[in-house]
Design a protein around this ligand. Structure first.
Ligand SMILES: NC(=O)c1ccc[n+]([C@@H]2O[C@H](COP(=O)([O-])OP(=O)(O)OC[C@H]3O[C@@H](n4cnc5c(N)ncnc54)[C@H](O)[C@@H]3O)[C@@H](O)[C@H]2O)c1
Length: 362
């Protein structure tokens, strides 16, 4: 699978390139960046390690050369957040730049089957714009969403409770931003409920979530921007597509009824495979988690309205790519999964599972 990384000269793009090189799964890594020398330097540095890492083709290139051949287009180009700036404040500075990138991508002629991953912030809003503008089926446009937040959450929980990080499963849904929602109802370590582990208290939980939510700003303050972890978070999405893994990831995509939300891109549990978003799962949540998620959807919808008002061009739907060749636009209909026993006061019982709806293709 051939991957193009737009913004490949930057911190996030180059770390994604390195993570994909270490992963050794994809066949080609193309870096595209308006900063030509920086981009060529990053590609050369990666190329030097190719003989140790994997048999991959790596190059610095441009939209016209890369996009028509690309199976996976990862957009990391964008302005970085300032330490005291919210992700949504970035919006005015980033939307115009992002719309230009979408025009470049579309003008270069992507494959009708291409999967697009938006990483640039504010990621959920920009994913929505890409969904509307690119003319690809909505399931082929994915936002990194709360994938990085969830990774940070699990790693920080493991660090605090002295647990093996890869055995902690916990997720964050909603906005990649201030209204993100921790899903404690499903938090586990080694398959056991997290709240039964020694050292666990509700104060610990609150502190860990607060630390996770502030992690992005903390990293920006300390080293200028996030790189390694976001590179790995991107890699997990790329590999889920490349290997048709059908992994359930907290990535953002257009919702059409999932958890009662519509016409917004937001992170819900999402099955990711070769066709991109293959289903959105509506796992039963605690009532306060559900209301937090719906609030997050409202926050994002209000921001999208502001963006569309300030940028009338962003509201115009792009023409479909490869008319006749592309699969029909597939609404991301939710698959409802109800876990018996959840009453909002503790983790839901994991013994009874009913699937009450079928959307997408699991
Ligand atoms: N979604 C997430 O979880 C997450 C995490 C970290 C960072 N981010 C976001 O990723 C973006 C990039 O962050 P960074 O730290 O890598 O910034 P950076 O400044 O290091 O890199 C951005 C790169 O984009 C390039 N660029 C700008 N316009 C371009 C264009 N039209 N075409 C191609 N390249 C272009 C720049 O030359 C630069 O090299 C920011 O918006 C940041 O907020 C998102």
């Amino acid at each position: 699978m051939k991957v193009s990384i737009i913004g490949g000269g930057g911190l996030v793009g180059s770390c994604a390139g390195y993570a994909l090189q270490c992963g050794g799964v994809v066949s080609d890594i193309d870096l595209i960046d308006v900063a030509g020398d920086l981009c060529r330097g990053q590609a050369l540095d990666l190329l030097h390690g190719a003989s140790i890492a994997a048999d991959q083709r790596i190059r610095a290139t441009d939209y016209a050369m890369s996009i028509p051949e690309s199976d996976f287009i990862c957009i990391t180009a964008g302005l970085r957040r300032k330490p005291d700036e919210s992700r949504l404040d970035l919006i005015n500075r980033n939307v115009e730049l992002f719309l230009n990138i979408l025009r470049e991508v579309k003008g270069a002629g992507p494959k009708p089957s291409a999967i697009v991953l938006v990483v640039s912030n504010p990621v959920d809003v920009l994913t929505y714009l890409a969904t509307k503008q690119l003319g690809l089926p909505s399931g082929q446009v994915i936002g990194l969403g709360t994938q990085l937040d969830s990774a940070r959450f699990r790693s920080l929980i493991a660090d605090a409770l002295k647990l093996p990080p890869t055995q902690v499963t916990a997720t964050i849904l909603g906005e990649h931003g201030d209204s993100m929602v921790p899903i404690w109802s499903a938090a586990q370590a080694a398959g056991m409920p997290l709240d039964k582990f020694p050292g666990w208290t509700s104060a610990t939980a609150d502190a860990l979530f607060a630390k996770t939510r502030g992690s992005g700003a903390e990293v920006i303050k300390l080293k200028g921007g996030a790189g390694f972890a976001v590179g790995l978070a991107i890699r997990e999405v790329v590999h889920a597509v490349a290997l048709d893994r059908k992994r359930i990831l907290p990535v953002a995509s257009l919702v059409s009824g999932t958890y009662g939300m519509r016409d917004v891109c937001i992170s819900v549990p999402t099955v990711v495979g070769r066709r991109g978003v293959e289903a959105q799962l509506e796992i039963e949540l605690w009532p306060k988690e559900l209301s937090g998620l719906q609030h997050s959807g409202q926050v994002l919808r209000e921001t999208i309205d502001l963006v569309l008002k300030a940028n009338p061009n962003a509201a115009k739907a792009g023409a479909p790519i490869g008319v006749g060749a592309a699969p029909p636009a597939r609404p991301n209909a939710p698959v409802r999964v109800t876990m018996g026993g959840g009453n909002g006061s503790g983790p839901a019982s994991r013994s009874k599972v009913t699937i009450s709806g079928q959307g997408g293709n699991l």
